[in-house]
Structure formats: structure tokens, C-alpha cells
Design a protein around this ligand. Structure first.
Ligand code: DGL
Length: 273
């Protein structure tokens, strides 16, 4: 019998998955969270499917050792490359961030032209297009890799002329094609949502997979009868953060995006799992 009071495991290649954690905290505040950010091996976006899958497997083993009741793959690249494999091997529910965003985008488009921005890995995998076409075959999906967005966000340049300039270069192609819906298909992009939105213009709806994932997670926990109905108390190990390197830097970034103070982040040796 699964303990409803057990935490949800959430992982990402680094800090980006905290945008998903933030949404889980908002939408299902009773849930406890164990987060792992692979800060020693980030980025995943430029690595191969085999490598990202191996890393993801190790992280799942670590999270299962923390007795989590479900796992959220909060990284788009890991969801694109590894989720199919690792969910077959796990005996607890698992969701990624790709599928929830595709449903929202397929519902949002009126002209049938959806853009997706993400890492090279996510865009190269073609996964967003595949899932959207399963929902509606007539929609066209245009992917654009935006590799410079991750370092810009991590440098804190969320509102900056440099980010504006790079965003214009990346997004012009999607504007010219006339998309009416754009999926922010990378963990970091919700943090530059206002820049992307301004450049795309009012006619383009932005889909934030972090928000959609938290919504689907809630539905999944309800369906599995493992939604936590005990009110969470501060300080009872409600949110725990682990990283593979540079805990101080992680904490600093985390505190800039999550209201709830990150009390500590512990370094673990992920290669041992
Ligand atoms: N978390 C990754 C993603 O959402 C972005 C950072 C990376 O490349 O590892 O795809």
C-alpha cells in the first residue's frame, strides 16, 4: 500500500526543473517534494540519448531510495529521450513535461500552426511534433532549438537587451511562418516568458509545460488514489533538495525563483546509483 504522505520525486539536469517545482507547490501544496538537480552533468540538451538515459536511470534509482510515491521528469530533454525507457522499469507512476504541454497546445491553436522551442536534444527528437500529431494530424509543428537561452537565464539576464536580441534572432522564423501557439519546451523558458511573449506578439499564445505538468500530476495522483490529504507543515522535511555539485550556487538560483526559502541543498554522488 503506497503511503500518500510520501514525497513526489522531481528531477532535472540542474536548476531549470525548479520552474516545475514552483508550479507543483502552487497547485498541490500538500505534496512533499524531493528534488534532484544534476548540476555536475548539466547541460543535457546537447548530450546524446544514451547518455541522458543513463543519467536519468541513476537519478530514478536515487529518488526511489528516498521512497518517493511518484516521479516527475521535470527536464524536457530527459522527457524526450529517456522517459519511455525509464517508466517501463519503474513500479511507481511517472510523468514527463512533454506530453502535458502538447495537449494544451493542440487545444489552443486556431490556425493549426504550433511552434516549439527547446534544447537541441528536445527539438531534434521530434517528440513534440509526434505527440501533437497523435492528437490532431492536421496541425503543423515547427521546432526551433534555442541553445543560448539556458545560459542567459542562468546568468540572470531575464530582462536584458542581450536576451531580447538573441530571442529576436531565434523567433523571427516562427513569426514569419505565422504560428499562433508557442510551447516553451525547456525548463528555463518560463523565466523569460515576458520577453518571448513581447517578441511573438499578442496573437501568439504561450504554453508553459511546467504549469500543465503540475495540473496533470494532480490528476494522476487522484487517479492513483495517492494525492496527499494531510496538510503539510513547514519544517517537516516538506521540501528537500539534492544536487550533484555546486550546492551554494543552486541555492542562490533557487531562492530567486521559489518564494518558499530553500533551507538546504545537499550534494550527493549520483554516479553511485
Ligand atoms: N532542463 C533542460 C531541458 O528542459 C535544459 C537545460 C539542459 O540542457 O540541461 O531540456
Amino acid at each position: 500500500m503506497v503511503n500518500k504522505n510520501a514525497p513526489i520525486g522531481v528531477f532535472d539536469s540542474g536548476v531549470g526543473g525548479l520552474t516545475v517545482v514552483r508550479e507543483i507547490m502552487r497547485q498541490i501544496p500538500n505534496e512533499k517534494i524531493v528534488y534532484f538537480g544534476d548540476t555536475a552533468r548539466v547541460p543535457y540538451g546537447s548530450k546524446s540519448k544514451e547518455t541522458v538515459t543513463r543519467y536519468s536511470r541513476q537519478i530514478v534509482r536515487f529518488l526511489q531510495a528516498q521512497d518517493v510515491k511518484a516521479i516527475v521528469v521535470a527536464c524536457n530533454t530527459a522527457s524526450a529521450y529517456a522517459l519511455d525507457e525509464i517508466e517501463k522499469e519503474a513500479d511507481i507512476p511517472m510523468i514527463g513535461v512533454v506530453k502535458p504541454g502538447t495537449k494544451a497546445a493542440a487545444e489552443a491553436t486556431s490556425n493549426g500552426k504550433i511552434g516549439v522551442i527547446g534544447t537541441e536534444g528536445t527539438i531534434g527528437s521530434g517528440i513534440y511534433s509526434r505527440y501533437i500529431k497523435e492528437i490532431n494530424h492536421d496541425v503543423s509543428v515547427i521546432g526551433k532549438a534555442c541553445p543560448l537561452f539556458v545560459p542567459l537565464v542562468e546568468e540572470g539576464l531575464w530582462q536584458d537587451p542581450v536576451t531580447d536580441e538573441i530571442a529576436k534572432r531565434y523567433l523571427t522564423e516562427l513569426i514569419d511562418i505565422g504560428i499562433d501557439t508557442l510551447i516553451l519546451g525547456c525548463t528555463h523558458y518560463p523565466l523569460i516568458r515576458s520577453t518571448v511573449g513581447r517578441i511573438m506578439g499578442e496573437g501568439v499564445q504561450l504554453v508553459n509545460p511546467a504549469y500543465e505538468t503540475a495540473r496533470e500530476l494532480k490528476e494522476l495522483l487522484e487517479a492513483e488514489h495517492i494525492l496527499n490529504d494531510e496538510e503539510a507543515k513547514l519544517g517537516d522535511n516538506r521540501y528537500r533538495f539534492f544536487v550533484s555539485d555546486a550546492a551554494e550556487k543552486f541555492k542562490h538560483f533557487a531562492n530567486s525563483i521559489i518564494k518558499y526559502g530553500i533551507l538546504s541543498a545537499k550534494v550527493i554522488h549520483i554516479e553511485e546509483y
